[in-house]
Ligand binder design. Structure first.
Ligand SMILES: NC(=O)c1ccc[n+]([C@@H]2O[C@H](COP(=O)([O-])OP(=O)(O)OC[C@H]3O[C@@H](n4cnc5c(N)ncnc54)[C@H](O)[C@@H]3O)[C@@H](O)[C@H]2O)c1
Length: 311
């Protein structure tokens, strides 16, 4: 097991509760702060539900889930912490206010990572007197299951803080990437947005139904993308000849496709078409059943792929 660290999770909503569960499963001490009424019950209920899955994946060593008692304040939660994960709502003034309050209470070695999906690091840095220890550690929901964490700092970030965040997340079983330049949506959400843009356009242009566009992904390239990324897969698509040969062979096709990709808007008519399509795809199955099926499939894929990947 990796070194047991003292961690703090600020915000225990959708993302914070999942982080807290993961950090505890990895054997770290976890302090939590969330001012919402009922937050303590909610986070403990979340952890109790998630724990059997983490056990099944071999990610939690302890047989029983921990029981968290919330700290009285954010300052209390971060005191003495080595690693702090901030997952409060995506509002800049709220994040700034929290950073201003915790900064004087942080231990010298503490790294603070924000889960923010949409805010830029340089905007969040404005809440700090010295933002050197502050990084972006952006997860995919739910962080205790989806391996990816996007790491980002800039010229005001201490590179050692990014290295420490990377080794912390990897010690918790995550897969990290370094985002080299700040762009809205980081990397993975931009990729999702690019794909969804065309998926929506295929529906509104009448090329295929919502259900068939979805199937075209999960039964087709989606399965390969869960194994390897698009560059490597295409390079392998030219066999031994590799990437340059793939580009030579298929550049004319890709240029033609890129030139005709759609640029839809999520206007009223589009939202109605998508909603109707999803309702048809869903049929009589309640969303709770579909969520449970999604999670069972993700866990099954993670379990099956772990021995092949060697981790
Ligand atoms: N939901 C997602 O799919 C997702 C994915 C990746 C990243 N994120 C990012 O994670 C962050 C949190 O999102 P979420 O979906 O968990 O939101 P959420 O609303 O579910 O949870 C936020 C929690 O923060 C608490 N909070 C409010 N003020 C606080 C304060 N001052 N100190 C401590 N806690 C406070 C709230 O009571 C709430 O429980 C956002 O920055 C979001 O962009 C969300």
């Amino acid at each position: 097991m990796t070194e047991r660290l003292r961690t703090a999770c600020l915000g225990a909503g959708v993302i914070g509760a999942s982080w807290a569960t993961l950090f505890a499963a990895a054997g770290h001490e976890v302090r939590l702060y969330d001012p919402a009424e009922g937050a303590e019950e909610a986070v403990n209920a979340y952890t109790a539900r998630a724990w059997p899955t983490l056990r099944e994946l071999g990610a939690a060593t302890a047989p029983e889930p921990p029981h968290f008692a919330l700290s009285a304040s954010a300052e209390d939660a971060v005191a003495g912490a080595d690693f702090v994960q901030e997952s409060v709502p995506e509002r800049l003034e709220l994040k700034h206010d929290l950073y201003r309050r915790i900064e004087p209470a942080l231990a010298p070695q503490a790294v603070v990572a924000s889960s923010a999906s949409g805010l830029l690091v340089r905007e969040m840095q404005e809440g700090w007197r010295d933002p050197a220890r502050f990084v972006l550690g952006h997860p995919f929901n739910p962080p205790h299951l989806i391996p990816l964490v996007e790491l980002l700092g800039n010229e005001r970030t201490d590179p050692a803080a990014l290295d420490r965040a990377q080794s912390f997340y990897e010690g918790c079983g995550k897969q990290t990437i370094r985002v080299q330049k700040e762009v809205p949506g980081h990397v993975a959400n931009r990729l999702q947005a690019a794909l969804w843009r065309e998926a929506v356009s295929l529906v509104t242009d009448g090329v295929a139904s919502v259900e068939d566009v979805d199937k075209a992904i999960w039964a087709g390239p989606g399965l390969r993308w869960a194994a390897m990324g698009p560059h490597m897969l295409f390079a392998l698509g030219a066999g031994e000849a590799g990437m340059a040969e793939f580009c030579r062979r298929y550049a004319p096709s890709f240029r033609r496709w890129w030139d005709t990709l759609g640029a839809p808007d999520l206007d009223e008519a589009t939202v109605a078409a998508l909603s109707e399509g999803v309702a048809g795809e869903q049929g009589a199955r309640p969303p709770q059943d579909l969520m449970a099926e999604r999670d069972r499939l993700i866990v099954a894929m993670l379990k099956a792929s772990a021995p092949v990947r060697g981790r």
